[in-house]
Design a protein around this ligand. Structure first.
Ligand code: TYD
Length: 132
């Protein structure tokens, strides 16, 4: 499951501000934040799913495309709006590409980094969702 979460923008004549809070506009306790930036031209990233991790991806600058694959269906989204976060539940295969030079993705994560939570092999992903 995935969904777009529209964040409320606090704007005034100086510009815009968005605040993110646990269990409020972020539907989980945030244990980790990381950001992806300076992605080289033509690079594709991701190519994995997570067994338990939930995430929100926010394109705070620039844009990229993301392919989301539930095993049954695939959809491509463009991430280009810093007021919208992409909530990704567990067990969604994702691939990211066509990063603009200025693209910065901030990612909020529900768990600490744990390599054993990753499914990096696509056929393994299909097996795990079948058995789920
Ligand atoms: P990876 O998840 O493979 O990046 P992407 O899905 O964007 O292609 O992570 C790249 C590297 O960074 C990999 O060696 C794991 C490491 N890493 C951490 O050490 N901590 C983290 O929180 C994350 C997300 C990655």
């Amino acid at each position: 499951m995935y969904k777009i979460i529209e964040f409320k923008t606090m704007g005034d004549c100086r510009g815009s501000l968005i605040a993110l809070e646990d269990n409020s506009n972020v539907p989980f306790k945030i244990k980790r934040v990381y950001y992806i930036f300076n992605t080289k031209e033509g690079v594709k990233r991701g190519f994995h799913a997570h067994r338990d991790l939930k995430q929100i991806i926010i394109p705070v600058s620039g844009s990229c495309k993301i392919l989301l694959d539930s095993g049954d269906s695939k959809e491509e989204l463009i991430l280009d709006n810093p007021t919208k976060g992409l909530f990704l539940d567990s067990l969604i295969w994702r691939e990211m590409y066509e990063f603009s030079k200025d693209c910065v993705l901030v990612v909020l994560a529900s768990e600490y980094y744990n390599e054993s939570d990753y499914i990096r092999d696509y056929s393994r992903f299909l097996k795990e969702i079948d058995n789920g």
